[in-house]
Each structure stands twice: as C-alpha cells, then as structure tokens.
Design a protein around this ligand. Sequence first.
Ligand code: NAP
Length: 254
Amino acid sequence: MSKLSGKTALVTGSSRGIGRATAIALAREGALVAVHYARSQQAAQETVALIEKDGGRAFTVHAELGVPGDIDQLFSGLEAGLKQHTGQTTLNILVNNAAETSTGTAPEDLSVEEFDKMFAVNAKAPFFIAQRALELIPDGGRIINISSGLTRVAAPSQIVYSMTKGALEQLTLHLARHLAPREITVNTVAPGTTDNGHEFWKIPEVREQMSQTTAFKRLGDTKDIANVVAFIAADEALWITGAFIDVTGGSLLG
Ligand code: NAP
C-alpha cells in the first residue's frame, strides 16, 4: 500500500516549480491530486500528464488568487473534480504553495499596489483557502504552508515577500493549536534557494552565487522540497504539528 492511497490533495500553484514536484510526489504515494494554476494552463496539464504517465491520478483546477471571487472559483473547480473522481468532496491534504515572488525591490521603491498584491496572494488567500478547505477536511487531515527561509534572515530587497511569509507562518502556528483536537496537523515547510526551472536559475553567475548560500554548495532541487511535503502529508507524521521545517539545505546554519 502506498502511504497516501485513498487520500485526496490540493496543491495550489502546481503548474510548475515546487508545486509541480509536490503534486507528483503526493500522487506517487497514491493521492488523487488537484493541480491548481492561474496563468499556466498548459503547464498544469503537463503536470497532470506527468502524474498519469507515472500511474497516478490528478486533475486541473483554475483560479487566479488574490482577486475577488478567487476562493469560490477555486473550490467550485476543486469540488467538481473531487466529485467526478471519487463521488465525494473529501479533501485530506491542503498544500498552500502558490505565491507571488519578487526579483527584489528596495524598500524605498515599493508601491502600495505591489504590497497589497503580494499580501493578497501569499497571506490572505492561504488563510481563506484553509478556512474553506476545513469544510472538506476530515479528522486526521493535513495543512502544509510553503514559506521561505527568508523569514529567518534579513534581505531588505525581499521585505514585503518575507513579511507575507511571516504572516503565513502565523497561520501555521495558530491553526495547529486550533485543529489539534481533530488530529489535523498544520506545518510550515520553508525552502531555500531552489531551482524552479525559471530562466533566472540558468544564469551561471546566479547559480554559482546562490549555490554558495546552501551548506551543500548546490541549489535546491524541487524534489528536495516535495519529498519533505510528502512525508509530512503521511499518517506517520502525525506527531509533527505547528512546526517550521527548514528545508533550505542548511542555508540558515550561518
Ligand atoms: P514558481 O515556479 O514561480 O510557481 C509559482 C506557482 O504559483 C505557479 O504555479 C503559479 O501559477 C502560482 N501562482 C503565482 N501567482 C498566483 C496567483 N496570483 N494566483 C494563483 N496562482 C499563482 O514558484 P516556486 O519557486 O516553485 O515556489 C513555490 C513556493 O515555494 C512559493 O510559495 C515560494 O514562495 C516558495 N519558495 C520558493 C523558493 C525558490 O527558491 N524557488 C525559495 C523559498 C520559498 P501560474 O503559473 O499558473 O500562474
């Protein structure tokens, strides 16, 4: 028996990057995965195709987050997909992964619009996704919030992004206490520099410089993160809740 057989999962932002690797890892363990995307429909379909090629089950769900009606749109697609594949709307695992990232803006130059957009997608949406998901998550469920090692170091050009992730980590802390009576665990998984396939990571100087920030002197691979999420999602990880799980390849060791 695979560790997640009979379970269902929603991974937000799984059209590409860490989200895609996470969807693949959960499906490999037997979960039926809802592959959520906003702009990258083709990439989301590719994620589903990769899962199916591997013998897994998945379907796509579309919703741009951080705009009015986002949660309703996400859950109407999710519930329809779950019903179609399982005859029910039970959701066992929620991975709040989708995020707006920034290549860096000096604190002096940040606009109110950028600030609001980042908070809307990275902090407000995960809260209301979790709130709505709780109507579908049975006892023993899992909520996993993807933060960043940047909440533990000073990076002025990433100030607002880091603030949003700090807020997300608070969601983990308080929901973990709130949901413990139902044995629903809530954890933060914090990646460090991870090659998510973007052009940025193909620049040799960037790869070299960022590799030096990890203890292993290489960039993180999306699988490095996905494997940890899959572990936390399994029943055997019940005794971990409210945790900040450093998956930065030792970047925070100093
Ligand atoms: P990515 O490759 O840029 O992918 C981001 C995903 O989020 C995409 O699937 C994208 O969907 C979705 N997304 C972005 N904005 C959205 C919006 N407004 N509404 C709905 N979906 C949206 O990101 P990644 O590098 O894999 O990062 C995944 C997570 O890890 C994020 O939470 C990020 O903060 C965190 N993280 C990453 C790193 C890193 O080095 N890569 C380091 C620390 C933490 P579409 O393409 O369909 O729009």
